[in-house]
Write a protein that binds this ligand. Structure first.
Ligand code: HEC
Length: 134
């Protein structure tokens, strides 16, 4: 064996061995990463519960971020922009709960039949985060 070949074998062999041993592990780690990323973002705290409920029941009219889509602004003259801090500074949690329990008395209906009190609380908490700077 020439010294060069010996050198090559001593470098290539451990490298190859490492690949063989670590390859499947790396692949698994890469494949598993997105699955780990999701639950991390969706750890079931109040905010995430509120967010899920918001996306399910409120997004259609109020928009993902609290700013109503143009179509809804045309349809509902009074629909507020829930992403504006000024809006929430003039509302207490209790008054937001009343809106969810009883509706606005204008176009927005009561959610009393769809949501439990706990779910409404989680929603109110989440609503306030819409107006926080992101
Ligand atoms: C059918 C469309 C629609 C849906 C769905 C809807 N809203 Fe509304 N919402 C409105 C409109 C329109 C207004 C403005 C007042 C009015 O015209 O009734 C309003 C007003 C509000 C207000 C302001 C009330 C106030 O104090 O002035 C809040 C807070 C609110 N909605 C939260 C929610 C939440 C939370 C949900 C989901 C559980 C939701 N809305 C679902 C249409 C909707």
């Amino acid at each position: 064996m020439t010294p060069f070949a010996a050198l090559r074998a001593s470098v290539v062999f451990p490298l190859g061995l490492m690949l063989v041993l670590l390859g499947p592990y790396c692949t698994t780690a890469v494949l598993a990463a997105p699955r780990h990323a999701l639950p991390a973002a969706a750890i079931t705290g109040q905010d995430d519960k509120g967010k899920a409920l918001y996306l399910e029941h409120c997004k259609l009219c109020h928009g993902v971020s609290g700013t109503p889509p143009k179509m809804m602004v045309k349809r509902f003259a009074k629909i507020p922009d829930l992403s504006r801090p000024a809006f929430f500074s003039t509302r207490s949690d209790d008054s937001l709960m009343v809106v969810l329990q009883k509706g606005t008395g204008v176009s927005m209906k009561s959610f009393a039949e769809k949501l439990s009190t706990d779910e409404m609380r989680a929603l109110v908490k989440y609503l306030r985060t819409l107006a926080e700077p992101h």
